[in-house]
Write a protein that binds this ligand. Structure first.
Ligand code: CU
Length: 654
């Protein structure tokens, strides 16, 4: 039984050497083997630098082989680059043969900005005489107190930047040790760094604004008073959690899936089934972009692709029991690569636990005065990444009524800039005197390889309209839903439409429920964004995936990234807007949904000095997938640990 983990606190570290499922991420040993193969290749050698190394996911058919007891060969993908030459190599490596099996090179591609480069960039900027002089003009003499954040530079055709592997930087001042520097923006200075050359290529100075010097701290160490604490609320599962982990394969209630992870997307979920019926083959947050709406100074460049340009996986937090995660927790560690060829191990990177989900369903029959009520519970699989000033906390929920939900909680610290007190930019809002945040959005794209009841899915758009035929609508109340099959990729480039309650349904035309209708799951666009970027602008071209709220493509495992494969300095090509140009058939085939959603964020005073979680996400809800309420068979139970508040025998007086 030691290969099965019934999670209990502190006893859930996997620590296994061998992957148990073909979709499990590469182990540390496998990553080491990949790095060794590449370093030993005459094409690269010891000085090669590693951007990302990940599992090359086997084809769907491999799951059948695995189920039949066959061994599925392990392969890896690696993106590598050299310190002294342009371009990125994309390699496939056979782990069995310890050999590079495919190799492509793109000279114009630049690697993602690596975690290891963050502090290097800061050091390079702080040592540059022009930057020091610009700081001195603002009264700053102690450069050790200057914090320089490495932003991606985008693709703005600025003279002198052609072909570079660049970072565009913003700076803040720390007044004393550990103090929150985001309260003190050094306005107007933007150093541009050539990461590869390791030097500053330019320091732009758009003019000084007084640095706001009031302290706004969020760390407990700086606070002397706290509100009265609430009484303990313990999540106790005396018999342990109800999920079972076998390696990275998890079963819980009627759900089963495999938990994957990579440096770019972070969490990936595979082979998601309910009652052994497939629903989604692969689900991941595949891209996000944060377009800021401000044209002033160097701020026009703030348009970051946090997944494609940095990688949420590599920036994932090591979580803390009882702080990040409450209750009976199982953690999964992850192993990634460092840029220079070591293992980058993140302990407790993925949190798995159950949560109470309120009532699942209830009814009181007023004639018989009988009540039936069931409490619901959900399985939560989550991870949190820190990208500079922001935290992105990703939660996947699985409920007992067949719902798959994704929730993004954005927290951390807003990107700040300085303004004259009382005179914030038109393109932002003052959050404290002399301190502003610019208007921005967080646009996310979930990539969902659908498999509703297996292969052969179609996509249907549902719109509700009022009855226009007055003869059929004498009382003016009539409305009904229309269903339209979106037959090809161009037909399936869709926006939400609240006026028609528009949603989309993924159906399996080969499988039917007891009403004779195809089985299906629906996705309702509840958190969509309007895009304000001009489509042909430098950032608009690169963010074309935000032009629609739904894209649907015929499944191709190589089409993974909605804004393109090589995002750093990208030219906007190679994303979902290009994939759909093929206008492939979408009927009764394997489909990939690309759902775009997010947060529209005009900063508030309440977002500072640290932002309470703001939420967005989406849900996949069964729609004709089950013949009846899939939670009907949840057994009634009375929670014996529940008691009346106040210690009295009755909670209600008078
Ligand atoms: Cu925001």
């Amino acid at each position: 039984m030691d290969d099965l983990i019934h999670a209990t606190p502190g006893a859930a570290q996997m620590g296994k050497a061998e992957p148990r499922h073909p979709l499990e991420p590469l182990t540390a040993a496998e990553i080491r083997a990949v790095m060794s193969v590449i370093k030993n290749s005459p094409d690269f050698g010891e000085t090669v630098l590693f951007e990302t190394i990940e599992l090359k996911e086997p084809p769907r058919a491999a799951l059948d082989d695995f189920a039949a007891g066959k061994t599925v060969p392990r392969e890896a993908r690696a993106n590598v680059f050299l310190a002294d030459a342009p371009g990125v190599w994309r390699l496939t490596i056979s782990l069995a043969d310890e050999a590079i099996t495919t190799k492509t090179f793109r000279e114009t591609a630049r690697p993602m900005i690596q975690l290891e480069q963050f502090l290097q960039i800061e050091d390079i900027v702080r040592a540059h005489p022009d930057f020091i002089a610009a700081c001195a003009k603002r009264g700053i003499t102690d450069m050790s107190m200057v914090c320089v954040d490495p932003w991606s530079a985008g693709n703005f055709s600025v003279p002198g930047e052609e072909g570079g592997y660049l970072s565009h930087t913003f700076s803040w001042l720390r007044l004393r040790k550990d103090e929150n520097f985001y309260a003190h923006p050094i306005e107007g200075i933007n150093a541009v760094v050539d990461i590869k050359a390791g030097k500053v290529i330019r320091v732009d100075d758009y003019g000084a604004v007084p640095i706001p010097m009031a302290e706004f701290n969020y760390e407990a160490q700086f606070r002397t008073e706290f509100r009265a604490p609430l009484k303990p609320l313990d999540i106790v599962q005396p018999e342990g959690a109800s999920f079972v982990l076998n390696g990275r394969h998890i079963t819980w209630d009627k759900w089963s899936l495999v938990i994957g992870f990579n440096a770019r997307e972070g969490l990936t979920l595979h082979d998601i089934r309910f009652d052994n019926r497939p629903i989604v083959n692969r689900a991941a947050l595949a891209e996000m972009v944060v377009p800021y709406g401000v044209p002033e100074g160097g701020h026009f460049r703030k348009n970051v692709f946090d997944i494609g340009e940095y990688g949420l996986g590599k920036l994932t937090n090591s979580l803390q029991l009882g702080c990040d995660c409450l209750g009976t927790i199982a953690y999964l560690d992850v192993d990634l690569n460092t840029m220079t060829g070591d293992i980058f191990h993140i302990e407790k990177a993925i949190c798995i636990h159950e949560e109470d989900a309120g009532i699942l369903w209830k009814h009181w029959d007023f004639r018989t005065e009988r009540t039936e009520v069931r409490r619901g519970r959900k399985l939560v699989i989550s991870s949190i990444a820190t990208v500079g000033n922001y935290e992105y906390a990703s939660y996947w929920y699985f409920t007992q009524d067949g719902m798959i939900e994704f929730e993004m909680k954005a927290t951390g610290i807003i990107n700040t800039s300085a303004c004259i007190p009382g005179q914030p930019s038109k393109y932002g809002a003052e959050v404290a005197p002399g301190l502003q945040g610019h208007i921005h959005q967080h646009a996310f794209c979930a990539r969902l390889e659908m498999a509703v009841d297996g292969s052969g899915n179609s996509i249907v758009e549902c719109n509700t309209v009022a009855e226009e035929d007055d003869a059929k609508n004498p009382y003016g109340n009539a409305y009904y839903q229309t269903e339209t099959v979106l037959k090809s990729e161009l037909a399936a480039c869709r926006k939400a439409n609240p006026a028609t309650q528009r949603y989309w349904k993924i159906i399996n035309p080969n499988k039917h429920n007891h009403t004779g209708k195809p089985t299906g799951y629906k996705i309702y666009p509840a958190n969509v964004l309007a895009s304000f970027l001009k489509p042909d602008s430098p950032s608009g071209i690169r963010s074309r995936f935000t032009e629609n709220h739904l894209w649907v493509t015929k499944f191709d495992p190589e089409e993974r990234y909605p804004a393109g494969e090589y995002m750093n300095h990208s030219d906007g090509s190679g994303g979902v807007a290009d994939f759909v140009k093929a206008d492939r058939n979408l009927e009764n085939t394997n489909l990939v949904l690309w759902h775009v959603f997010g947060v529209h964020h005009q900063p508030r005073t309440e977002d500072f000095p640290v932002q309470p979680c703001i939420r967005t996400g989406f849900s996949l809800m069964p729609s004709g997938f089950f013949d009846q309420n899939p939670g009907i068979d949840v057994a009634p139970e009375v929670n014996k640990a529940s008691k009346l508040a106040g210690g009295s025998t009755s909670c209600c007086t008078g």
